[in-house]
Structure formats: C-alpha cells, structure tokens
Write a protein that binds this ligand. Structure first.
Ligand SMILES: Nc1ncnc2c1ncn2[C@@H]1O[C@H](COP(=O)(O)OP(=O)(O)OP(=O)(O)O)[C@@H](O)[C@H]1O
Length: 484
C-alpha cells in the first residue's frame, strides 16, 4: 500500500497550481508533473485552517490530519528513507531509554505513519524529540502516583481550588475524571449531565436523553461510560468496547475530541472511524483494539461487513450510544444503521431482544454476553405516552414496525436494545414550546377520538384551528366531521 500525504495546506487549487508552475519553471521534472496530477485529498479542515499551525490532538506541530488515499499506489520512492529511519530509531531508543513509554509509542506510531506515507520526516522528528526530552525531564521530576496516569500536563502541581467544583460532588465521579473536569474548568455539570450521570454511571440504566443543542450531551453519556470503564479496569484486564454512532464525520470527530479531553490521563484509547479517510489507516487503528470507537454508520458498517475483527466481536460490547438520534432518523442512514443494530447481540436485560448474528459476528451461544448499556441522545424528543409499555411488550418490533424501518426515536431506541427501565430524561420542553403555547394531552381510545375532537373544537375552537392528521384518509374523515 502506498501512502500519500500532503504536508502543507492546499490553500486553493489556483494557488497550488501557481506554486507548482513556479517549481516547474525552476526545474523541469516529469515526476513533479506526475505528482501534480494525483487525486490529492485536502488534509486541512476547511473550518479550521489555523490548525495547521497550532497542531491537533492527533499530531501536534504542523503536520495535520495526514490522510492516505484509498487504494493509492503511487510508486513514491524515497531512496534510503527506510535505513535512515531505522538508524535514527535505534539511536533514539538508546538515548531515550528512560523517557516516557507512552511518548515513545506515540512518536513511533507517527514515525511509522510517516514512513509508510513516504515523506521526509526530519522536521517532525526534531519536534517530537524536543517534546520527548521535555516529557522525560518532567516525568523525572514528578513521581508517578497512578499506574494509569500517562500525561504530562496533569492538574497535579497546579493549584486547583476543588471547592469551586463542589457541584460535581454529588455525582461521585472517579478522581481521574474529576481531574479532567478541573483541567477543562467546568465548574458545574449542565442540567442534562446532572440528570444523566447518576442514572447511567451509578444505577447502570439505559438513558434516553434529550436537551437542546450545546447543552453538554456528549459528556452526559461520555462521563458515565468513562466512569464505568474505570471501575471495570481493575476487575478485568480486557475492557469492553464502546461504540458511538454519529450522524456526520465532523460530529464524530468533535465527539472523539471531547471524550478524549475527558479521558485525559486515563488509559483508554478513543478513535474515530468516519468516512472520507483512509480505510487502511482505520483498520490499523482498530488493530490496537481501542476502548471507545466513535463512528459514522456508513464507514462502520463498511468495516463491520468486511469482517473487521474488533468491530464484529460484539459480545463484549459494554455501551452502545446513538447521539444525534433525531438527525440519524432524518437523513437516511437507515440501512447501515439498521445493519449495525441487527448485528448487536441481544442484551441480557432486554425483553424479547434480537440476536441476528450474521456470518461475520461470532456465534453467541458460546460467548458470555455482557450487559450492555444503551444511550440514545437527541435534541428533540417526541415519545408516545405508552413508550415504556411498548418497550416492555416489544411491540415496536412488530412486522409493520420493522417494515417501516428506523423511522422514529422510539423504534431506534428499542431496536438498539434499550431496556424498559431506561431513564427518560427530556429537558427539551421548556425551550421547544413557545412561551404563549399551552400543551395538553388526552389519552383516549381510538373510537372516542372524534367525540373528543368535537368537544375541544366546540369549547376552544373560536379562533383558527389547525388539526394535524397522519393520513389522507384521516384527513378526509376529520374534514367531514368538522364540516358537519
Ligand atoms: N459542565 C460543563 N460546563 C461548561 N461547559 C461544558 C460542560 N459540559 C460541556 N461543556 C461545553 O459545552 C459545549 C457543548 O457541549 P456538547 O457538544 O456536548 O453539546 P451537545 O448538547 O452535544 O450539542 P449538540 O447537540 O450541538 O451536539 C462544549 O464546548 C463543551 O465543552
């Protein structure tokens, strides 16, 4: 596999060709012509061109979001690179013997990426070396207090006034998570976090949560997952995997970054598996068996259906998260999402759960199926009054419902294995309902609906009224009733 990277931002095709033109004038090189004609991917986020200077969480200091192009075979030959890299690695391992182990692993990974991607890595390596030296210096000063802490900028040593964060106390989060919270400077949990964390982290409940956009939903499920993983860490050496489903690539990356920040100082790897990036690179990342995967349905399903081992060993899945569930049912990810959900083993607590292990999924009978926690989060939520009953009865799995696909949050939650005792936390009403509107709900039998409608219109229908119907037949029926 040949790897292609772009080390500098492609400002615009116009500028880029201008640059190339200049180079061509200086030295006529047919190889450059060939490189110029390659289908380069932009490696710089449109939204954040500054990131090329500032660095990202993945690769700090200039080279950012290096991408391989799928199935690329560009025959790039950099004579002597392998030897050079090997030699440098050897020297480095002697010099840095006592340096931080994780820093080595990171650097090696990046170096390996560079090597595979065939670019000159001198600058990058110098920067990495400087960083590692600094890290080694710091680690010799600060005594390691915990086996899982592997970060240089721990809050230890900095003066954090814990009393300012007292609002978190009742949530009883793990000390390492509290450290991340101090570092992030979040003085108090947001309402959705306050409501979700006890149910999800301490009572082990599934959560169906809704709150307006920007209300902190990511950590409302992120913190309970990290909390439970930390609790499990001591008990089992082999951690369960978590799979986050995200509606879009940017969202998935955003969620990954957010969870990574919260997982700072915790030995849990978080990776994003999204479309538009090299499948080969993602397969390599998955081989490291990350604890948390944040993905988009399309790419996840592509890898799952291809039998990617870490993704099909779902018997040990501890958490399944559907974030932005409202968007997920809107924008046509049904097919892949449904396929992914169908591959999930039935949860030990789900009633009438489904187990549709495909040929790619390991046979479940011999496996110990873990109790899986399901989180469904959305910015809007419209649940029927008897949603919990439906969950209990499994009626959302009726033939008709199946045929309709995953067209409602109720169905999505139920098919994902949500248990009937799930915590339903809806903080949306206040913001969604306009101030002057009053909302009422009448629970009635089908045959009484007309009478109720007639009554409501007679008593309250002095002004203008809109009656919403679910079908043309119902519309005709209601019009006739109102006209009479
Ligand atoms: N407890 C907190 N205190 C202060 N800021 C917080 C807290 N929790 C999260 N945030 C910040 O609030 C912002 C929004 O959080 P988040 O992305 O989780 O919201 P969201 O509800 O998932 O939004 P969306 O629906 O748009 O994805 C982020 O920048 C995050 O860092």
């Amino acid at each position: 596999m040949a790897a292609v990277t772009e080390a500098v931002p492609r400002v615009s095709s116009k500028q880029s060709s201008k640059k190339m033109g200049k180079r061509k004038r200086n030295q006529i090189d047919p190889e450059l012509d060939r490189f110029d004609s390659l289908p380069w991917n932009s490696s710089i986020s449109q939204d954040d061109p500054f990131s090329v200077i500032a660095g990202s969480h993945e690769l700090e200091g200039g080279f950012l979001s290096l991408e391989e192009i799928d199935e690329g075979d560009y025959g790039l030959e950099i004579p002597g690179l392998d030897k050079k890299v090997k030699k440098e690695r050897k020297n480095k391992s002697k010099k840095q013997k006592d340096a931080d182990v994780d820093a080595d692993a990171d650097a090696d990974e990046v170096e390996q990426e560079m090597k595979e991607e065939g670019i000159n890595v001198d600058d990058k390596k110098k920067r990495k070396k400087r960083k590692k030296k600094k890290k080694a210096k710091e680690s010799s000063k600060v005594e390691e207090t915990t086996s899982v802490s592997n970060n240089k900028d721990d809050v230890e040593g900095e003066s954090v006034d814990e009393t300012e964060f007292y609002a978190w106390n009742e949530l009883r989060l793990h000390p390492l998570l509290m450290k991340s919270i101090y570092r992030l400077g979040f003085k108090e949990p947001t309402p959705i976090q306050k409501a979700c964390i006890p149910a999800a982290a301490h009572q082990g409940k599934d959560v169906l949560g809704a709150a307006e956009t920007g209300s902190g939903k990511t950590l409302a499920f992120g913190l309970p997952i990290l909390q439970r993983l930390l609790e499990e860490q001591d008990k089992a050496s082999n951690m369960g995997d978590d799979m986050g489903e995200e509606a879009g690539r940017e969202l998935a990356i955003q969620v990954t970054d957010h969870i990574k920040e919260a997982a700072h100082g915790i030995n849990i790897r978080v990776v994003s598996i999204v479309g538009g990036m090299s499948t080969e690179k993602q397969e390599r990342l998955l081989k490291t068996r990350p604890g948390i995967i944040v993905g988009t349905p399309g790419r996840l399903w592509e890898l799952m259906s291809g039998g990617e081992q870490h993704l099909v060993e779902l018997h040990s899945l501890s958490f399944f998260v559907l974030d932005e569930a409202d968007r997920m049912i809107e924008n046509g990810h049904f097919r892949e999402l449904q396929s992914i959900i169908d591959m999930l083993p039935m949860t030990s607590g789900s009633i009438g759960g489904h187990s549709q292990s495909s040929e790619n999924c390991e046979t479940l009978s011999n496996m110990q199926i873990k109790k899986r926690q399901t989180f469904v989060f959305s910015a809007t939520l419209a649940l029927s009054g008897d949603f919990r009953k439906k969950l209990k009865r499994g009626s959302l799995k009726s033939k008709q419902s199946m045929a309709d696909g995953l067209n409602s949050i109720e169905m999505l939650s139920e098919r994902a294995g949500m248990r009937a005792n799930a915590a339903i936390i809806d903080l949306t009403n206040a913001s969604i309902l306009a101030n002057k509107l009053e909302e009422s709900f009448i629970e009635c039998r089908e045959e009484d609906k007309d009478a109720y409608l007639y009554y409501i219109l007679s008593v309250h229908g002095q002004g203008r009224t809109i009656v919403f119907c679910t079908s043309i037949a119902a519309l005709r029926h209601t019009s006739a009733l109102c006209a009479s």
